[in-house]
Ligand binder design. Structure first.
Ligand SMILES: *[C@@H]1O[C@H](CO)[C@@H](O)[C@H](O)[C@H]1NC(C)=O
Length: 415
């Protein structure tokens, strides 16, 4: 009995410890979009008077691993979206900050964002829009073939600083989880589907502060610094008579035409052809320079303009999470938004939500694609002139190109 009793006890202890570590996580905001979500979120009136404010569908989407697990999805094309929720104000000073959410672009997004924002202080949620200052903007941004990245923008003193690293995002039509972790030692990580895609320092990967070190502006390349990698080979001499080789020579195969009249046409000379012996102007061979010291670089010195801010990572009064987007094609579905101080908690949260459903969602998506293709081939069979169909497709392609341009401008304004 005693022997058999031990392992369960150990397991119970381990479970208790696990619970403790979860309990120790501070969760500032957690939104699974269950019952009552509409009371927690405020739809902004932004763009309403221009009739370009988009509404949201409360849905799990066209393909899902769990039809009961709903989120909010942009519902109409060519619309602005702005919605936000408030949480008890907090500061991430001396703490880790985790911002996480899942997003699914069911519409096969060709240009648009799927990011969310954290806002500070007091804002009028009814007026929340593209111009409302934010503290952090984070999430995927896709536009055409060139932009497929995770935005991570940090705002400081009214200036928005974009991450300088190119962090790739997912581009398919399935749910993905985006996680931004900022530590109190000013390091950060960006995760997609619980996999770390980027990590580094806020000092070097954003231009929030001037660089700690700069190239010494007073440093000069020493006179005797040899930065020529190759030099002419002094042993390579021009062969005797090289310059006497003519570029062209008379064509020996040419014959004076039968009807050539020396009296009238003058003396006949053979036409010239390129000389195969001629190799162009002589060039001395090059060899590696034995005195080559490498390219000269100015030494780095401490930047006199750098003033450290040990709270470079901190926001003192975070209070809202907001989604603010322009969408050409609607269908972006947000779910499972989390703001907390514990990356482990966030990881488990992602596993319990996205992780649990992702395989079933993929299966449902494959099924939806299959029936779509079957529908399409049925249409093609009944359509005698297949070329018309192709033309129609071309047209929609070029249309989305101009949409892309339009969206680009909007995005840039907003940043
Ligand atoms: C949102 O719901 C409406 C009404 O059911 C539907 O017509 C529309 O297609 C939905 N939008 C998306 C993007 O699925």
């Amino acid at each position: 009995m005693a022997i058999r009793g031990r392992p369960p006890l150990a397991a119970a202890l381990a479970a208790a410890l696990a619970v403790v570590s979860i309990v120790s996580a501070e969760v500032y905001f957690e939104e699974r979009f269950g019952d009552g979500w509409e009371k927690r979120w405020v739809k902004s009136d932004w763009k309403k008077d221009e009739n370009t404010a988009g509404d949201w569908n409360y849905t799990s989407g066209k393909w899902t691993g769990d039809p009961e697990d709903k989120g909010i999805q942009t519902a109409e094309d060519y619309r602005f979206y702005a919605i936000s929720a408030e949480f008890p104000e907090f500061s991430n000073k001396d703490k880790t900050l985790v911002l996480q959410f899942s997003v699914k672009h069911e519409q096969k997004l060709d240009c648009g964002g799927g990011y969310i924002k954290l806002l500070s202080g007091e804002i009028d949620q009814k007026k929340f829009g593209g111009d409302t200052p934010y503290s952090i903007m984070f999430g995927p941004d896709i536009c055409g073939y060139t932009t497929k990245k995770v935005h991570a923008i940090l705002s400081r003193d009214g200036k928005n600083h974009l991450i300088k690293q190119e962090v790739p995002c997912e581009t398919d039509q399935l749910t993905h989880v985006y996680t931004f972790i900022v530590h109190s030692d000013a390091t950060y990580s960006i995760l997609v589907d619980n996999n770390e895609k980027q990590t580094g320092s806020l000092y070097s990967d954003w231009d929030i502060l001037p660089p700690k070190q700069i190239k010494d502006p007073d440093a000069k390349k020493p006179e005797d610094w040899d930065d020529k990698e190759y030099i002419p080979d002094p042993d390579d001499k021009k062969p005797e008579g090289y310059d006497d080789i003519p570029k062209e020579i008379p064509d020996l195969d040419a014959k004076k035409p039968e009807d050539w009249d020396e009296e009238e046409d003058g003396e006949w000379t053979a036409p010239t052809i390129p000389n195969p012996e001629y190799k162009g102007p002589w060039k001395q061979k090059k060899i590696k320079n034995p005195n080559y010291k490498g390219k000269w670089k100015a030494p780095m010195i401490d930047n006199p303009d750098f003033k450290d801010d040990p709270y470079i990572y901190a926001f003192s009064n975070l209070r809202y999470v907001g989604i603010e987007l322009w969408q050409v094609k609607s269908g972006t579905l947000f779910d499972n938004i989390l703001v907390c101080d514990d990356p482990e908690y966030a990881k488990k949260f992602a596993e319990e939500t996205w992780g649990k459903n992702k395989d079933a969602e993929k299966a449902a998506f494959d099924e939806a694609e299959k029936s779509k293709q079957e529908e399409e081939s049925k249409d093609e069979d009944s359509d005698l002139d297949g070329e018309d169909e192709e033309d129609a497709e071309d047209e929609s392609d070029s249309k989305s190109d101009s949409d892309a341009e339009e969206e680009k401008e909007t995005t840039h304004d907003e940043l």
